[in-house]
Design a protein around this ligand. Structure first.
Ligand code: NAI
Ligand code: MG
Length: 491
């Protein structure tokens, strides 16, 4: 057994277990098969091809979903253009706002259904989909709805106008929330959209299509098409799209940026991250330990802004790591629908394979790996919370986005050393700082090149706050007024 995995004394008793508390699925309706949502109705894909979306906790098929090709995308873009020309861009802004409010309210009313489907299709714990994803998705629609009739006054001395048709491609880590981030500001600004959810998590976007029908939006204002990377590429390449909004891997972001070079399409790209969470010796250590758990184990570490690097001041490193290991042992890995679960299923077999490859790599690179010994179910894709110590800056587990519940821990002595290490990355999406001293927060916050810095907290989101990256973490901002301006021509 390596040093990092040696048993250590727990400060509290973890021998007792929680009784199971599964969320009911009785009130959930998932159809056997979904078509594409184009011009206000569900239609079959032209070529008649479908693929399965599964529950990553059971590996069982939940539904069949349409695989769209370039001809389907063309239909969706034509519907969006028609709705833009004939309805949406001409409608009074206050009227547009009313439709967006209606979407927000229906999401709130159907929140339980959305939360359960999100956990079934993507593997995230019900506590998170119920308390984070779905309320935040509704909040984004409410926030943008409020802006709809004020946009003319939001940018002094400028005349805002919509861009036209937006193509939006989203990932699998926050499916409904990412759809809301993309659709709500686009609609508020007067654009129409063609949105593609990720292939492993299409169901809440398709449920959102039902909400959009119920809200009575003019046909074609929102079109939802499903498919894989080739479908995404067909959206990017379509000649009648005015703006591309993408969230996903840096590799695909690069491909999209190349495809858009030399075109008139506007774009925003929200890509990967390798955020440093910095713990100073004067921080409230117990709170900081909770913060570390939230920063990297939240949503199985499937978070672009996860605090996947921990930088801890040398004098408290031993204490922080010991407390962190104790806390990790209490984290429950398992059924996403159980309200006790802390860490749900890894989103797909491919993602689990990627994470496991990094675990092997970390060991090969000479790091010490610590993993909890909690039980995991027999079926499904699982990864127990893991940390690496004895790592060097050159190790790939320190440099690359793993997108799993895996933390790399380094130490530092001075503030400057912490900042240098934090900035020694190709990414720049987020960061965290834990200290008792306000001045230190401002000093570190101003020196770290990242879009968001959390102080004495982590992974807090709000529709009013712009979000986006420096360096290879992306281009442009989403959320707040910055997010609106990304869907406008400001003349
Ligand atoms: P991905 O970047 O391939 O997928 C994201 C979305 O892009 C999906 O909807 C996918 O269908 C679409 N897509 C794929 N290829 C495309 C193309 N050529 N043109 C247009 N759209 C395309 O991410 P993937 O493969 O699922 O995950 C790989 C890694 O990416 C993860 O391990 C993680 O490190 C990172 N990732 C980062 C995310 C973030 O929020 N920053 C989200 C998802 C993944
Ligand atoms: Mg799925």
């Amino acid at each position: 057994m390596d040093k990092a995995n040696a048993p250590h004394k727990l400060n509290f008793d973890t021998s007792w277990e929680y009784a199971e508390a599964p969320e009911s699925t009785d009130h959930i309706e998932i159809k056997k098969q979904y078509g594409l949502f184009i011009a206000g109705e569900f239609v079959p894909p032209k070529k008649g091809k479908y693929f399965d979306t599964i529950n990553p906790a059971t590996e069982k098929v939940l539904a069949k979903v349409a695989q769209s090709d370039a001809s389907d995308i063309d239909r969706a873009v034509k519907a969006a253009r028609h709705a833009y020309d004939t309805h949406w861009s001409k409608m009074k802004a206050a009227e547009r706002g009313k439709y967006i409010y209606r979407i927000a309210r229906i999401i709130q009313e159907r929140a339980r259904e959305f939360a359960v489907i999100e956990s079934l299709d993507g593997g995230k714990p019900i506590r998170e989909s119920r308390d984070v994803d779905i309320p935040l998705a509704a909040a984004h629609f409410f926030y943008s709805a409020g802006w709809a009739d004020k946009i003319d006054y939001a940018f002094p001395c400028r005349t805002p106008a919509p861009l036209g048709v937006a193509g939006q491609i989203i990932p699998w880590n926050f499916p409904l929330l990412m759809a809301a981030w993309k659709i709500a500001p686009a609609l508020a600004c007067g654009n129409t959209v063609v949105l593609k959810p990720a292939e492993t998590t299409p169901l809440t976007a398709l449920k959102l299509a039902e909400v959009i029908q119920d809200a009575g939006l003019p046909p074609g204002v929102v079109n939802i098409v499903t498919g894989d990377g080739a479908t995404g590429a067909a959206i990017v390449d379509h000649g009648d799209i005015d703006k591309i909004a993408f969230t996903g891997s840096t590799d695909v972001g690069r491909v999209i940026q190349k495809a858009l070079a030399g075109t008139e399409k506007k774009y925003t790209l929200e890509l990967g991250g390798k955020a440093a969470n910095i713990i100073f010796a004067d921080a409230a250590i117990d709170q900081a330990v909770e913060g570390i758990v939230n920063a990297i184990f939240f949503n199985q570490g499937h978070v672009c802004c996860a605090g996947s690097r921990l930088l801890v001041q040398e004098s408290v490193a031993e204490e922080v790591i010991a407390k962190l290991k104790d806390r990790m042992q209490t984290l429950i890995v398992g059924d996403p629908l159980d309200k006790n679960t802390d860490i749900g299923a890894i989103n797909s077999a491919a993602q689990l394979e990627r994470i496991n490859a990094y675990l092997d790599l970390g060991k090969k690179e000479g790091a010490a790996m610590y993993q909890t010994n909690s039980k995991t179910p027999d079926k499904g894709y699982w990864c127990r919370p893991t940390l690496f110590t004895d790592v060097a800056q050159s190790h790939r587990v320190v440099r690359e986005e793993i997108f799993g519940p895996v933390l790399a821990i380094q130490t530092f002595r001075t503030l400057d050393e912490a900042v240098t290490k934090a900035n020694n990355t190709q990414y720049g999406l987020s960061g965290g700082v834990w200290t008792d001293k306000g001045a230190k927060i401002f000093k570190v916050g101003s020196k770290i090149r990242a879009g968001v810095i959390w102080a004495n907290t982590f992974n807090k989101f709000d529709p009013t706050s712009p979000f986006g990256g420096y360096k290879e973490s992306g281009v442009g901002r989403e959320g707040g007024m910055h997010g609106l301006s990304a869907y406008l021509k400001l003349q």
